[in-house]
Design a protein. Structure first.
Lengths: 106, 251, 151
């Protein structure tokens, strides 16, 4: 279940620096956990999160098992033009997710 | 577990009345640190809302979705979670919210029931519970619900496990004190399903109660066990008037 | 130097009772300075213009609030390129690497991190032009009182 979301302000002035918030549903398995029967649960974390706006990468995170389950990020970007702010992520199993939010720039 | 229930019934005769409810009644949120309190209150960052969002999608999914009978959840489910567990006349027994969802799945939708603690069951329960956010707990413990209530009330004060403790010893007699560095809450069930940081996921009240059994080194009842349901009903009665806050965040 | 060594030793003694024996055996204390040097390539980082916000005491190590801010105009000529988050005692020392640039506008990232035990963490900001900044903080992690087998 690749589920996540991004929140940005609905409106901004051109050039204004605004905050983006991202929340992703993911167990962030460390690889150190075992099932009740002793089987090791393989490591599987969201290893990359990338946020793009106006054709540019505004934020990218490379992650390991030290990020909490259901990862949360808040960061900033310069609002350049009206359109989608898109966040994409991928985990160690290759599962991808994407979420976007619209910003109106005047 | 049957032995435990028998024990509860024995205790019943000696202890007909429930212990006095803590005054003033305080939700579990009161006993959280400022960081987790803020996380629960944050309508974007609270991880439980990911399950609520999934539940919202499930509400309208499938050939015969929940929405086909219940319409818009914001209207039809408002206040519902605050009245559970309750006696369901159609089923002829007391069910909790998850049990009612299971009954809809198998009875009305012709689908297999969700497994306990499955992401889907938690998501639907969290979505329905969310519609009652801020509303006061108000369960009925009279009529056919009475025996279940009394079973829960007696179990609440029955010593169990290797630590030989009852619920009441921590949550009536010692709330506000600390266990290691953690404050002991009054044990009100307002946050559930809740995101527990220790679990790193959303979980039901039954999962939390099972953890209490484990904590006092008692055998854990299975999910859906009558003892857990009875405790849920007793706790809901005991927390009467406190506002629902699911999805809560807990340690 | 002697004072710092004393503080570190005192910290270890204070932290010890809170740690299960297994954690002490398997999570040895890394040399944070060496870890920082591996990021900076040996360059000495400035400790100015960077702030790390973490709680002194975390209620649960599974989810610890984290924020780093670096003072920077975030222009093409002068910006923060990356922020490394390094752990002294997690099983894996590299917690996260955040890539920023002029399009970020502000060098500030908030997230939630896992801490296996109480420890120091370091953030190293790599600036355009090859300079570095460093901030460190210690977080104590409360041992859970209500044990739980987790299912």
């Amino acid at each position: 279940m690749a589920l996540g979301r991004i929140q940005v302000p609905a409106r901004a002035r051109r050039g204004e620096v605004v905050e983006a918030r991202v929340l992703i549903r993911h167990a962030m398995e460390t690889g150190f956990r075992r099932e009740a029967d002793g089987r090791a649960v393989p490591m599987n974390v969201v290893n990359t999160v990338t946020c793009r706006h106006a054709g540019r990468e505004v934020f990218r995170a490379e992650l390991g098992s030290g990020i909490s389950a259901n990862p949360y990020f808040a960061f900033w970007f310069r609002a350049e033009e009206s359109g989608e702010v898109t966040v994409e992520w991928v985990d160690d199993a290759g599962e991808r997710g994407v979420a976007s939010a619209r910003i109106e720039v005047s | 577990m049957r032995a435990l229930a028998a024990l509860a019934l024995c205790a019943c005769a000696a202890a007909a009345a429930a212990p006095p409810r803590p005054e003033p009644p305080l939700p579990g949120t009161h006993f959280l640190g400022s960081d987790l309190k803020a996380l629960q209150a944050d309508d974007f960052a609270n991880p439980g809302l990911l399950w609520v969002a999934r539940g919202e999608a499930l509400w309208s999914e499938g050939a015969k979705p929940c929405a086909a009978c219940h319409g818009e959840a914001a209207r039809s489910m408002r206040g519902a979670a605050a009245r559970y567990p309750r006696f369901d006349a159609g089923l002829g027994r007391v069910v909790n919210l998850e049990g009612r969802i299971d009954a809809c799945r198998t009875g009305r939708q012709g689908l297999p029931a969700f497994a306990p603690e499955s992401p889907e069951r938690l998501a639907l329960a969290a979505f329905v519970a969310r519609q009652s956010r801020g509303m006061p707990l108000a369960v009925s413990v009279d009529g056919p619900a009475r025996p279940v209530f009394e079973r829960g009330r007696d179990l609440y004060r029955t010593r169990i496990g290797q630590l030989n403790l009852a619920c009441t010893h921590c949550h009536d007699e010692r709330w506000g004190k600390t266990l290691l560095a953690e404050p002991i809450s009054q044990g009100h069930p307002t946050a559930w399903p809740a995101y527990r940081v220790e679990w790193q996921t959303l979980g039901s009240l039954q999962r939390r109660l099972r953890a209490c059994f484990f904590g006092v080194r008692a055998a854990m009842p299975d999910y859906g066990d009558g003892d857990l349901l009875a405790l849920e009903l007793y706790l809901a009665w005991r927390g009467e008037g406190l506002a629902l806050e699911s999805p809560g965040v807990r340690r | 130097m002697r004072r710092r060594r004393f503080l570190r030793a005192a910290g270890a003694v204070l932290a010890a009772p809170a740690l299960p024996a297994a954690a002490q055996a398997f999570l040895p204390r890394r040399d944070l300075a060496a870890l920082v040097a591996s990021v900076t390539g040996g360059a000495t980082p400035s400790r100015e213009g960077i702030a790390l916000e973490v709680p002194a005491l975390a209620e649960n190590g599974n989810s610890v609030a984290f924020r780093v801010r670096v003072e920077s105009p975030m222009t093409e000529a002068d910006h923060v390129r990356a922020i490394h988050v390094l752990s002294e005692r997690n099983p894996r020392e590299r917690v996260a690497l955040f890539h920023l640039g002029p399009a970020s506008g502000r060098a500030e990232v908030t997230t939630r991190i896992r801490l296996a035990v109480g420890q120091r963490i370091a953030v190293v900001a790599a600036l355009s032009g090859g300079r570095f900044r460093l901030a460190e903080a210690a977080v104590e992690v409360t041992a859970a009182a209500c044990i739980d087998e987790g299912t």
